[in-house]
Ligand binder design. Structure first.
Ligand SMILES: Nc1nc2c(ncn2[C@@H]2O[C@H](COP(=O)(O)OP(=O)(O)OP(=O)(O)O)[C@@H](O)[C@H]2O)c(=O)[nH]1
Ligand SMILES: [Mg+2]
Length: 452
């Protein structure tokens, strides 16, 4: 049954002042009436004080507040009751049990939001954004999720879909009268409309790498020679003494990963074993692990202690190392508080000291710009593609749009070329999660009157 009454605790279990319980579905008010004493669904969206009682025993479980949201004006689109109870481990569970005894089924994960989608209250992109907002661990993630919840991406995709319909409308005459040479629409107009759609799809797709990175956190690998100050910098960026720091080269032997928020953006920081030819078996394994992380890195922070006397050989090693790294590299000069270290910025290189804190703010900014530069430039208003699901759907749409153009160039008849446009719209529909099958045809004939 898709609309049977379901109940669940909406807040995490554990010690807390309050807890929120949600009850939704056909008959939700009847269920509530059996377990809430002096339950009143009227007036809607108004909070009433109630006693929660077990329907079988009549035992009082809590003194609570309840509000009714009659469908369709509710989160799920169904009749919905929200009950604020006291928090803790026992009371909320006892209230859920009372509502279950009164006829509600414990909800499956995500079932409230799934119903919201089924009832047209949210599209699939908004449902995803709801999950992202809850999961957000950094301000940038939360802002992006809110923008998507506000239909930022959905609106953009709907506009793209409308552009595709318009493009189809432009060739409608050729579809209806395939044997006539010249339709009322010049081929240049079709070409211009096609180019515009293709470019818009391309622009949206270009946000995918950083958008997906925003959900997962950018993998930032800290590398450099032993004793360069990698672990010290790792700790400074994290704000805690997570990795062991000593003056002994080869201190870090294993890769250590931790989440950090830099300039509001999510990162997964990895401290690694210093790269050198080592005789020590454990250290060699650590260096092997470092290389694996480097291969997967979104960006690399390469630490150099210029005063440590590595000289020309050190630079050569560094250049060899960097030549094998595919990810963007941020070079940083460490320990600039020490007397013989560079304090200026010769080759656009940053200098930092974990002792004085100098340069750290600059470094954070540089790292955020390197990992999320495109998102920073776009701001929070432009929609961004944040999942592989979005990317593959858009790639499919783009491939169809290109196939449309190729088919036209090859002289394929208009009706057949239009199937590519339909397929592209289908990809966008799947992405938004709203299926409107006859809609394509309706729009074509509404906006393009042939008049013959
Ligand atoms: N004065 C000064 N000393 C630093 C600074 N950063 C690190 N050090 C010192 O440099 C030494 C090595 O630091 P680590 O952070 O352990 O260096 P590492 O690159 O992780 O070294 P390995 O793990 O051995 O590869 C320690 O004695 C640190 O205290 C700094 O900014 N200023
Ligand atoms: Mg270390």
């Amino acid at each position: 049954m898709l609309s049977d009454p379901i109940v669940a605790l909406a807040t995490p279990p554990g010690r807390s002042a309050l807890a929120l319980i949600r009850l939704s579905g056909r008959g939700a008010f009847d269920v509530a009436a059996r377990a809430l004493r002096s339950f009143r669904p009227e007036p809607p969206r108004t909070v009433h004080r109630v006693q929660v009682v077990h329907p079988a025993t009549g035992e009082v479980r809590d003194d609570a507040l309840a509000a009714c949201f009659p469908g369709p004006r509710s989160y799920t689109g169904e009749d919905l009751v929200e009950i604020s109870t006291h928090g803790g481990l026992l009371v909320p569970a006892a209230v859920v049990a009372a509502l279950a005894a009164a006829g509600a089924r414990p909800a499956a994960p995500g079932e409230f939001t799934r119903r919201a989608v089924l009832n047209g209250k949210l599209d699939v992109l908004q449902a995803e954004a709801t999950g992202d907002l809850i999961e957000a661990g950094s301000p940038a993630q939360a802002r992006r999720a809110l923008q998507q919840l506000d239909r930022g991406l959905s609106t953009r995709l709907e506009r793209l879909r409308a552009d595709l319909l318009e493009l189809e409308a432009l060739i409608a005459y050729d579809i209806d009268f395939p044997d006539e040479d010249e339709g009322p629409v010049a081929p240049e107009r079709v070409e211009a409309a096609w180019t515009a759609v293709r470019d818009r799809l391309g622009q949206l797709l270009a946000t995918a790498p950083e958008g997906e990175r925003l959900r997962e956190g950018a993998l930032l690998v800290i590398a450099g020679r032993p004793n360069a100050g990698k672990s010290s910098l790792f700790n400074a960026l994290l704000g805690t003494e997570r990795a062991i720091v000593t003056e002994v080269p080869g201190t870090t032997r294993d890769a250590i990963e931790a989440h950090a928020v830099l300039e509001g953006f999510p990162f997964r920081l990895v401290d690694t074993a210093g790269l050198r030819a080592s005789q020590d078996r454990v250290e060699r394994i650590g260096i092997e692990v470092s290389r694996k992380y480097l291969a997967a890195a979104d960006l690399v922070l390469f630490c150099e202690d210029e005063g440590a006397g590595s000289g020309a050989r050190g630079h050569r090693e560094r250049d060899e190392f960097l030549a094998n790294v595919a990810a963007p590299v941020v070079l940083v000069q460490t320990k600039i508080d020490l007397a013989n270290r560079l304090t200026t910025d010769p080759a656009n290189q940053l200098g930092v000291s974990v002792v004085t804190g100098a340069g750290l703010a600059n470094l954070r900014r540089r790292l955020a710009e390197t990992a999320f530069g495109r998102l920073l430039a776009l701001g929070d208003v432009e929609p961004v593609v944040t999942r592989a699901r979005h990317r593959t759907a858009l790639e499919r749409a783009l491939a169809e749009v290109n196939a449309f153009r190729n088919a036209r160039a090859e002289g394929v008849e208009a009706a057949a070329t239009a199937t590519h446009l339909r397929a592209a719209m289908g990809a966008l529909d799947d992405l938004i999660g709203v299926v409107t099958p006859d809609d394509v045809l309706d729009r074509v004939f509404a906006s393009f009157c042939i008049g013959k």
